[in-house]
Design a protein around this ligand. Structure first.
Ligand SMILES: NC(=O)c1ccc[n+]([C@@H]2O[C@H](COP(=O)([O-])OP(=O)(O)OC[C@H]3O[C@@H](n4cnc5c(N)ncnc54)[C@H](O)[C@@H]3O)[C@@H](O)[C@H]2O)c1
Length: 341
């Protein structure tokens, strides 16, 4: 049994507590939170778990092998580095941290102390997203032209990071996973209405290698919960709707054929006549699984095997580089910002 301490028991933390506690290979020994009322919630829901507001004393517990960080993004660095220095493996919620420098330092520290550092890019553990990756990798969509991703809801409104860090982190991690590539540049605009300087809605276009565009709209200021993702290839097109639990994926046998044809009335120059292929729509069966449980299982497996996680330091750094570039682009009125490799 791997003994785990979960730091942060706000909105999301209890989901992680539940997964690691009701697990055959792990149990939650401690929950740490600065807020006494959140510790009371844990006392009621999980009466057999010890709670504390003192992270240092929990990190001193030699029985604790792993720490799970579910606190606001700006606190990830301090908590994660303290846990790594105490010799614990760490699973930290997305995004890995709020600056590129911090993410690199976290990754390097994990390497130095020989512990697992994993970031909770939960969509790469989603069965539908994994199946979609197979379609993309196996060229069933042909050459990918672009991906559009819309992620909206009303709240929760963050005060430490903008909607890009909070919401688009999911989409960037998913696009990079699907395309097996890292973003090259980003141009974004955003609006900050609720809290000064913190964008509530962002509209961004990311360039990936091979002329692939990824367009994102992320907002916590929207009447409707939307998780609408479309991948457009030159052979087929795919949609992924995470809100649709029974049929999250659809493959459209639709594309445009280029047929070179003589057009009788336009001089004598050969012209393109586009024919639209409008075929069947396939709804593949997606095995039922809980992405967060798969993520937690993967973290435990990596601790046992020593294998690098699917979403480890390098993936976390890449996402934060893109988010930082996105925020810079927003500050510079949509200028296209290069992302360092
Ligand atoms: N994977 C997902 O789908 C998903 C969903 C929601 C949130 N998250 C991530 O989870 C993290 C937490 O989000 P949330 O919505 O639960 O936030 P939240 O504000 O609801 O909860 C954060 C909790 O951390 C506690 N806290 C703050 N600083 C602390 C510190 N230094 N030490 C101990 N406790 C501290 C707070 O008291 C609070 O209870 C964020 O990184 C967020 O991006 C991920």
């Amino acid at each position: 049994m791997i003994k785990v301490a979960v730091v942060g028991a706000g909105h999301w933390g209890p989901n992680l507590i539940g997964n690691f506690h009701n697990h055959g290979n792990s149990e939650v020994a401690w929950v740490v939170d600065q807020n006494e009322s959140r510790l009371n919630v844990v006392r009621t829901r999980f009466p057999d778990i010890k709670v504390s507001s003192d992270l240092a004393s929990v990190l001193d517990d030699p029985n604790v092998e792993a720490v799970v960080v579910a606190t606001p993004t700006t606190t990830h660095y301090d908590i994660t580095t303290a846990a790594l220095r105490a010799g614990k493996h760490v699973l930290v919620e997305k995004p890995l941290a709020d600056t590129v420098e911090k993410t690199i330092a976290m990754h390097e520290l994990a390497q130095q102390v020989g512990k697992i550092l994993m970031v909770g890019h939960v969509f790469v553990y989603n069965a539908a997203a994994q199946l979609a990756k197979q379609y993309i990798t196996n060229q069933e969509l042909g050459r990918v032209y672009y991906i559009s991703m819309v992620r909206t809801n009303l709240g929760p409104i963050r005060v430490d990071v903008n909607a890009a860090f909070d919401l688009a982190a999911h989409d960037i991690s998913l696009a990079s996973y699907w395309l097996d590539a890292e973003p090259l540049s980003v141009a974004a605009t955003g609006g900050a209405w609720i809290n000064k300087g913190i964008e509530d809605a962002i509209f961004a276009t990311i360039r990936y290698p091979n002329d692939i565009l990824v367009n994102l709209h992320a907002s916590w200021l929207n009447p409707v919960k939307t998780r609408d993702i479309r991948v457009v290839g030159d052979k087929r097109m795919l949609t992924f709707d995470d809100v649709n639990a029974s049929e999250p994926l659809r493959i459209f046998d639709k594309h445009v054929d280029d047929e070179v044809a003589q057009v009788p009335f336009v001089d004598s120059i050969a012209s393109f006549r586009m024919t639209v292929r409008d075929g069947d729509i396939k709804v593949p069966r997606v095995p039922t699984s809980q992405p967060l449980k798969v993520e937690c299982d993967h973290f435990l497996d990596c601790i046992v095997s020593g294998a690098a996680p699917m979403s480890g330091g390098p993936e976390g750094i890449s996402v934060v580089k893109t988010l930082v570039a996105m925020s810079r682009s927003m500050a510079e009125k949509g200028r296209e910002v290069e992302i360092d490799a």
